[in-house]
Design a protein around this ligand. Sequence first.
Ligand SMILES: *Cc1c(COP(=O)(O)O)cnc(C)c1O
Length: 347
Amino acid sequence: MAVSNFTRFPLGHFPTPFEPLEALSRSLGGPKLFIKRDDCTGLAFGGNKTRKLEYLLADAVAQGSDMLVTAGGIQSNHVRQTAAAARRAGLGCIALLEAPAFTPDPVFYQSGNRLLDEVFNCQCVYLAAGQPDLNAKAQEYCNTLRSQGKAPYFIPVGGSNVVGALGYMSAAEELLQQTEANGQALDRIVLGTGSAGTQAGLVMGLRDAGVHTKVTGIAVSGTASEKISAVHDLCVQIGGYLGGVTAPEINEILVSDEFVGPGYGQPTNKTIEAINLTAQTEGVLLDPVYTGKAMAGLIQMVRSGEISSGENVLFLHTGGAPGLFAYPNFFSDPGGLKAAALNPVSA
Ligand SMILES: *Cc1c(COP(=O)(O)O)cnc(C)c1O
């Protein structure tokens, strides 16, 4: 079955812009860089989860659900967009939020995405750091709700199941229309990879169209082999679900784990450098958890010559900038402390 046969619940602004990154390309002395602005999907500051949620919400509504149940980290972009989507569809939203092991900073627990969950009145359930299986917890939660007569719709971490991944199969179609109009085929796409639905959907969407652009995922957590398996498993599931399109071999799935640093949600110096360089050349905001690491990977591949200067390379901007507000200490004059020090009333 073709992706276009599935119902979408409209949530986003599509197509998202496809643009050259001329100043960043120049500053790297590198290949022609382009960006697909999936940070501009429009729903509650946007991001890649919006595309997945259009298919997931359509399914939730078709099943007569009365609430969405999902899970993620305290600063989850996915939870923020899911909470917004639930409200748009007139549904409740419950999110299981796992605390980070790496910071006790109250700003991390109050600002950024977390603040926005409150604005959407998402019902948050807090879990200690180090959960072995957040999806299993959320499913248990759904079972309890069902026994109380509720009709919850379970959305896995990152919205990464077959239904959610359809969002990135259709994104591949949208992108191919844009590159065709632009008259330049892409040699490679670079993106951040977490729960793997974005990379899997994109890979399958390109295959479905018979296009062989390389897709390089930059892991934001875990190891390359874990991510490669996760992407491949999901590709196989999508192939089984749709029919007519087959998954690639596992050795065709490309993921680098060189930019994870100490772990999920923990930016490295290279992450911060990538955020600052992209902001200061292009005026584009990346984030400390996903796109900063993904761009650090792209920059390194250009500098090392792994990406040659003749290539056309797309950076898929998957969103996440609201997360910047949870990481003030990684940037200069965090929180305007110099200004606060000048304020005579503050004492
Ligand atoms: C969730 C997320 C990703 C990763 O997408 P997956 O489909 O989980 O691999 C990348 N960037 C941002 C900003 C995200 O929120």
